[in-house]
Design a binder for this molecule. Structure first.
Ligand code: URA
Length: 200
């Protein structure tokens, strides 16, 4: 156990990382969580999908994207010929559910993102995906180190990179549930991600 406590996050293996996240107290979100949501899928997946953070259902079930937005994400995966456990890994920028004073889901703060990002960085280094799909603004700006207010519309439809791994930003599935007309743009982005993967 001493090894686990002294290994730097960026050198941890999968099991150490999972254990560390499960006991993390690096930011205030730990106080309100039911459990951490580490991520799910194929640990050597070519596709990595990154969302924002757990919401109400994810906090209860311990799995990412299990609510309505998750169903849409599953359909997006299916259209790409992948599944949660097969050729795809799904993770979030923060591993604990952020809530506002009324107990509603809210986006994570810059401090919460900074506290949690090393875990995602290590997940990416261990998975070595061929492409990262950033679902929504939080994931895109966190991984690209951009201003929190950069709109997804400015980031989508082009190829970026996170530490040498191609990254495509697109709309968050929860946004697409509210704005279904933008689904065609999200599909264009996923097709771009597929092309990127075929070229690699
Ligand atoms: N929204 C996210 O960004 N992540 C989840 O896991 C669920 C909803």
């Amino acid at each position: 156990a001493t090894d686990v406590l002294t290994t730097p996050v960026l050198q941890m293996d999968w099991a150490e990382l999972q254990q560390t996240v499960a006991g993390c107290r690096a930011c205030g979100l730990c106080a309100g969580r039911q459990q951490t949501v580490f991520g799910v899928g194929d640990q050597r997946a070519p596709w990595l999908f990154v969302g924002e953070g757990p919401g109400y259902n994810e906090n209860i079930q311990g799995q990412p994207f299990v609510g309505a937005a998750g169903q849409l994400l599953d359909n997006m995966l299916k259209a790409l010929g992948v599944q949660r456990g097969q050729r795809a890994y799904i993770a979030n920028v923060v591993k604990c559910r952020p809530t506002d004073d009324a107990g509603k889901d809210r986006p994570p703060s810059a401090e919460e993102i900074a506290a949690c990002l090393p875990y995602l960085r290590r997940q990416i280094a261990l998975i070595q995906p061929q492409v990262i799909v950033a679902l929504g603004k939080t994931a895109a700006v966190a991984l690209l180190g951009l201003d929190m207010n950069t709109p997804v519309a400015q980031l989508r439809a082009k190829q970026h990179a996170f530490e040498g791994v191609p990254l495509i930003a697109t709309y968050h599935p929860a946004y697409l549930l509210r704005k279904p007309l933008d689904k065609s743009k999200a599909w264009q982005d996923l097709c771009m991600a597929m092309q990127v993967m075929q070229q690699s």
